[in-house]
Ligand binder design. Structure first.
Ligand code: IVH
Length: 676
């Protein structure tokens, strides 16, 4: 058989799979036994393994179960659906609590109460109720905008359609998890990789009659928008959810203290196998809503909650080869290519060795027998070497001193904070000059948190790079679609979908734009701070001409490291070319000011000395919530210097000289209409 015939056979088998899937899900009919269906799928996978050129987006290796529809209307969530930060051990929890205590200016003695809720591994959904009626249901989507899946959600028995209980808020978005229990999954297993996949596929069906046939459940745990809700704690909210007719997790608990969180975590982890649904950790939420409001949110996740993941699974394997990968910031990461092993249901063939120091410290060598750990969604890593099994002729791994991608020199930065050399070795190339860095930069540019271009995944970036279709970010907007249509695996429809996704991202927020550029040390949080300060793309672009960036030092959170990095970014000619090209193509939205007309409109503040009962971070967020601005230098632009205990004399004297209002904490609190 020649390649063309093989391809034909392959596509024929995929068509058959699609036909049986459609029959099963649309007409609830089967013309084939489960085992025959499995054989058919395996044949396709075997062909793909044997002939690497075979690829099709409808292959069972790409789509598990049936294909979700793309027809749903997108609707904005009134309150975004955020994700949670992760904790893996006691240390992470101690840090989490420490940050809360610092923010709230609490002493250790003030113990924080948490609602501890087992984290079900399903799909989150937001149910909108008005006057007691379930009027609309949305998927999480990108967190800001979800899909209208009302009709599908209506088929779930656990979701009350009408609630006639007195204290049920007039308007509320009830949020929770849609999932499939393990015993129910057993019955439909042939079609899906795991229960989560099955729940997701079921929810996104065009025809709610198909969803209705799936054994999906719903557990409620939080809310988004609400009007007139008179509940003060998460645990009370959970109790009310039950009264209102929702199902809640029977393992929810109220817990104080990190030690007790750990005890509960251990107990639940042991019980995990017996529980009828998959849980992948425990979510801890500060119980008091008042404290939650004070703590607020960082970039993507609340400061008042964290997901404590269950411990990793380990397996033993052999290092076949050590590859040096070059990341977006030039970091050289050693990755062990290992003999594939199954760890907790997932086949693992790569394990990170982190950096040069780590590989030296553990003395990991090619041929070694190693223990590999996989925790949650984190990349698997090598935790130890079995020295007894080391071969006599093994040789120490020699970490390269030149970039394996572009051959440039590599260096280890000196860290000004720790006064030590970094553990990571980096390629000194400034960016697009090094092939591997350039590819990673483009992947970052199109990624979810940056331009979020639908369907433009990492594999596509690599493919387009190979085909010379992409070299710099602006090329994304000038793709040769004629060439792409002719590529294997691409058809008119997929090309027009891609074109549409790209076109729709030409309007972008300043914050996402800055983040997408991938300036070192400018992550999402810093990009947000910069965007809020600069307000328009023009003032951002001006930074490239005007090398004076002292003004940026006024942004609380932006320090010397960040400013130095921004300067470096603008010194690079390719970067300048990239932004000038992007400027022509994109429409970068100015930053809309939140609560423009707050109490402190047009007023600037600065703190010196320790405040009483409130942390700097909270004080700063109070000022910003009231439309005020924080600056970090005493200068003519400063309106108020707020003086706490043991202030810096120089700052107070400077303020006096410049005739700036000097007030104490009480006076400031009065301005805020608060008493200390
Ligand atoms: S609270 C801002 N509570 O975990 C609050 N989430 O990584 C975010 N999840 O998308 C949600 N059980 O799908 C919350 N008891 C629980 C949860 C829970 C599962 C999921 C949810 C969310 C993800 C966060």
């Amino acid at each position: 058989m020649n390649d063309k015939e093989i391809y034909k056979q392959y596509l024929k088998k995929i068509k058959l799979i699609q036909k049986y899937n459609k029959l099963y899900y649309n007409n609830n009919k089967t013309d084939i036994s489960d085992s025959q269906f499995d054989i058919l799928k395996r044949e396709v996978l075997n062909l793909e393994n044997k002939y690497k050129f075979l690829k099709d987006k409808n292959s069972p290796s790409e789509t598990v179960g049936f294909k979700p529809s793309k027809i749903f209307k997108k609707i904005k969530h009134k309150v975004p659906m955020l994700s949670l930060g992760n904790a893996f051990n006691e240390e992470d929890l101690i840090n989490f609590e420490k940050k809360i205590n610092n923010f709230l200016s609490y002493k250790k003695a003030d113990e924080i109460e948490y609602s501890a809720e087992p984290k079900i591994d399903g799909i989150s959904a937001s149910l909108i109720y008005k006057n007691g009626n379930f009027i609309r249901g949305l998927s999480r989507g990108d967190g800001k905008e979800g899909e209208d899946i009302t009709e599908n959600l209506k088929t779930i028995k656990d979701i009350p359609k009408e609630i006639k209980i007195k204290n049920f808020p007039a308007e509320i978005d009830i949020r929770g998890e849609v999932f499939i229990q393990n015993n129910d999954f057993e019955k439909i297993k042939g079609k899906f990789a795991n229960p989560r996949n099955a729940a997701s596929g079921s929810l996104r069906q065009k025809d709610p009659n198909i969803t209705k046939k799936m054994p999906i459940k719903f557990i409620a745990y939080t809310y988004g928008y609400s009007k007139n809700m008179k509940i003060n704690t998460q645990s009370d909210f959970l109790k009310n959810l039950k009264l209102w007719g929702f199902k809640i997790n029977r393992f929810n608990k109220i817990i104080k203290g990190v030690k007790n969180l750990i005890i509960n975590h251990k107990a639940l982890e042991e019980k995990r196998k017996e529980i009828e649904f998959d849980i992948d950790g425990i979510v801890y939420k500060v119980n008091s809503f008042d404290l939650q409001n004070r703590l607020g949110f960082a970039a993507n996740a609340p400061r008042w909650a964290i997901a404590h993941k269950f411990s990793a699974n380990n397996s033993i394997s052999e290092v076949l080869h050590i590859e040096i990968q070059v990341g977006r910031t030039g970091a050289l990461t050693p990755v062990a290519k290992i003999k594939p092993v199954n760890i907790g249901g997932v086949m693992v063939s790569n394990a990170t060795l982190h950096n040069e120091d780590e590989i030296n410290r553990k003395d990991i060598r090619v041929g070694d027998t190693v223990t590999v750990e996989r925790a949650g969604d984190v990349i698997p890593h090598v935790i130890s070497v079995d020295l007894k099994k080391r071969k006599k002729n093994s040789i120490k791994f020699n970490f390269p001193k030149e970039c394996p991608s572009c051959g440039s020199k590599t260096i280890k930065d000196f860290n000004e904070v720790t006064k030590k050399q970094d553990a990571v070795r980096r390629c000194i190339s400034e960016g697009y000059e090094c092939e591997k860095i350039a590819i990673e930069k483009i992947k970052h540019f199109v990624s979810k948190e940056a331009f979020n271009i639908d369907g433009f995944g990492k594999k596509i970036v690599e493919n387009f790079w190979k085909l010379n279709l992409l070299r710099l970010p602006q090329d994304i907007f000038k793709l040769n679609y004629n060439k792409i249509t002719k590529l294997e695996g691409w058809g008119n429809l997929s090309v027009s979908n891609l074109k549409y996704s790209i076109e729709s991202k030409k309007i972008i927020s300043l914050e996402r734009f800055i983040y997408a550029l991938g300036i070192r040390h400018i992550g999402q949080e810093n990009a947000k701070l910069l965007a809020r300060h600069l307000k328009s793309a023009d003032s951002f672009f001006k930074l490239s001409i005007n090398s004076d960036m002292n003004d940026l030092a006024n942004i609380d959170g932006i320090g010397e490291t960040q400013i130095k990095s921004i300067k470096n970014f603008f010194l690079n000619k390719t970067n300048l070319k990239v932004i000038s090209e992007l400027k022509k193509i994109l429409k970068i939205a100015n930053v809309a000011q939140i609560n423009k007309n707050g109490l402190f409109k047009n007023k600037t503040f600065m703190f010196t000395g320790k405040l009483n009962g409130i942390s700097r971070a909270e004080a700063k967020s109070l000022i910003e919530q009231n439309s005020g601005k924080i600056i970090s230098n005493v200068n003519k632009k400063l309106d108020y210097l707020i003086v706490g205990e043991k202030p810096t004399t120089k700052k107070v004297n400077n303020a006096k000289q410049l005739n700036i209002n000097i007030i104490n904490q009480k006076e400031w609190m009065k301005m805020l209409n608060k008493t200390s």
